[in-house]
Ligand binder design. Structure first.
Ligand SMILES: *[C@@H]1O[C@H](CO)[C@@H](O)[C@H](O)[C@H]1NC(C)=O
Ligand SMILES: *[C@@H]1O[C@H](CO)[C@@H](O)[C@H](O)[C@H]1NC(C)=O
Ligand SMILES: *[C@@H]1O[C@H](CO)[C@@H](O)[C@H](O)[C@H]1NC(C)=O
Ligand SMILES: *[C@@H]1O[C@H](CO)[C@@H](O)[C@H](O)[C@H]1NC(C)=O
Length: 405
């Protein structure tokens, strides 16, 4: 039918003009396609660009307030196909959309809005790895969605069916984004039974990601939530303690704070021990675990707020609040590692101190909109992950300013 139509077109005198039009349309589409998927690496910006300068040179971007923003969000679930179902709040009918209309304003400056074209030009021939748990993946998907405004990556994952370890390549920019699943940062073994304990080898960094650090220009580490799973702690391959355990194991309950701190220490030391790291390692402080109201996650707790809090309404930064102990441990371990790295003078650790900003956003979680309203599944209310689009899109505003430093 199509062929017949073309043949007819080509037979008369008018069609020459029409053919030119068709070619033009085709060409436009091909160019469009090239721009998106990329064929080869386009030459560096023809137009002279203002060199991007990080506001971090004069501003603490991690302390501030959320302010109304009519221009947000930068994308929607319709423009980004990379959102995990369980964080696709708009698709699954979250009715209040006011939570999207905010941006983070640091006390001393404006945080530049993430500019995907500028980011990709900067990221040309570079690579970025996320290491951690589902919140690291949540962060990566926010980045992929922001970039989807101008480019789509190719999934180059060694095993495309593996949802936890990913490699995406933006061919037009030769920019690689990877995800390494390592929720404890150290070597860990899953429980044998359904309700058993994880085995954490607290003095053995997880080599699956540590060995990859030298290959990346930027590595973003985060971890916290999984330490609240019942675990057995091994050091020098001997059982030394546990968390959420009874006397049945013959070792003391050292609590999740022991394993959490130890894992961060061991992970950061492992990075410092590498002598061929040329990139930067960014530590993101924890995403709050305390946003359940009216009960814990397994006791019907939920997060139904529709607006951010102000900084003076959160209690963690003054040393109170359930997240504070995790945060304090991460800060202490980070400072110690940074000091050791500076003494060695070889590499740069950086801190993405994002906790304070996120504590103010109990309104930004999927709650019960992490799945279709009429799905017959019994899911807990999710007050841990973040809706996309949503508040963690600012993690990428922050990330860009950090790598520009
Ligand atoms: C792509 O970037 C990598 C570094 O991330 C570099 O080693 C490689 O040569 C680049 N490839 C091309 C085709 O420029
Ligand atoms: C970095 O050094 C380690 C040994 O310290 C080595 O095993 C690894 O292959 C090196 N990686 C790269 C990318 O050079
Ligand atoms: C907590 O529960 C009470 C009583 O059931 C209800 O009035 C209140 O709105 C709930 N708060 C939140 C934040 O869900
Ligand atoms: C928090 O700050 C806002 C504005 O800065 C002020 O109006 C409000 O009273 C403060 N709230 C508390 C609990 O201090």
């Amino acid at each position: 039918m199509k062929l017949h139509f073309s043949a007819k077109l080509l037979s008369g005198p008018v069609p020459v003009y029409l053919l030119a039009l068709v070619v033009l349309i085709l060409l436009t589409h091909v160019v469009h396609y090239m721009g998106h998927v990329g064929v080869g690496v386009p030459p560096t910006a023809k137009r002279l660009e203002e060199p991007a300068v990080s506001v971090m040179k004069h501003c603490d971007i991690f302390r501030g307030e959320w302010v109304p923003d009519t221009a947000a969000p930068a994308y929607s679930h319709k423009t980004c196909g990379m959102i995990q179902e369980h964080q696709n709040c708009l698709k699954y009918g979250r009715p209040d959309l006011g939570f999207l209309k905010w941006r983070w304003r640091p006390s001393g400056c404006e945080l530049p809005r993430f500019d995907p074209a500028q980011f990709l030009r900067f990221a040309r021939h570079r690579s970025l790895a996320f290491v951690g748990d589902s919140l690291a993946r949540n962060h990566m998907q926010s980045l992929l969605c922001l970039l989807a405004q101008v480019a789509s990556p190719r999934d180059m994952s060694p095993d495309p069916s593996d949802q936890q370890n990913k490699v995406y390549h933006y061919r037009a920019y030769n920019f690689t984004v990877a995800m390494f699943w390592s929720p404890f940062l150290v070597r860990a073994r899953e429980p044998a039974g359904h309700d058993g304990h994880y085995s954490l080898y607290l003095d053995e960094p997880d080599e699956r990601w540590v060995s990859q650090v030298p290959r990346f220009d930027y590595v973003l580490l985060s971890a916290a939530n999984w330490f609240s799973r019942p675990s057995l702690f091994y050091e020098k391959r001997r059982l030394v303690g546990c968390s959420f355990c009874s006397r049945q194991y013959g070792v003391p309950d050292l609590t999740l704070h022991y394993s959490h701190r130890k894992a961060w220490r061991v992970a950061l030391r492992a990075i410092n021990a590498l002598d061929n790291v040329t990139g930067r390692v960014i530590v993101r402080t924890l995403s709050p675990m305390s946003h359940f109201d009216n009960g814990t996650w397994d006791q019907g707790g939920d997060c139904r707020r529709t607006e951010p809090l102000r900084s003076n309404q959160t209690s963690m930064m003054d040393g109170r609040g359930p997240d504070h102990r995790f945060y304090a441990a991460q800060m202490e371990e980070y400072r110690a590692a940074e000091k050791a790295a500076r003494a060695k003078g070889t590499m740069r650790l950086m801190l993405m101190d994002a906790t304070a900003a996120m504590l103010m956003r109990p309104d930004g979680h999927p709650s019960r909109y992490g799945h279709r309203p009429n799905d017959k599944v019994q899911l807990y209310n999710d007050c841990v992950h973040w809706c996309l689009p949503g508040p963690i899109d600012i993690w990428n505003d922050m990330l860009f300013q950090m790598i520009l430093v």
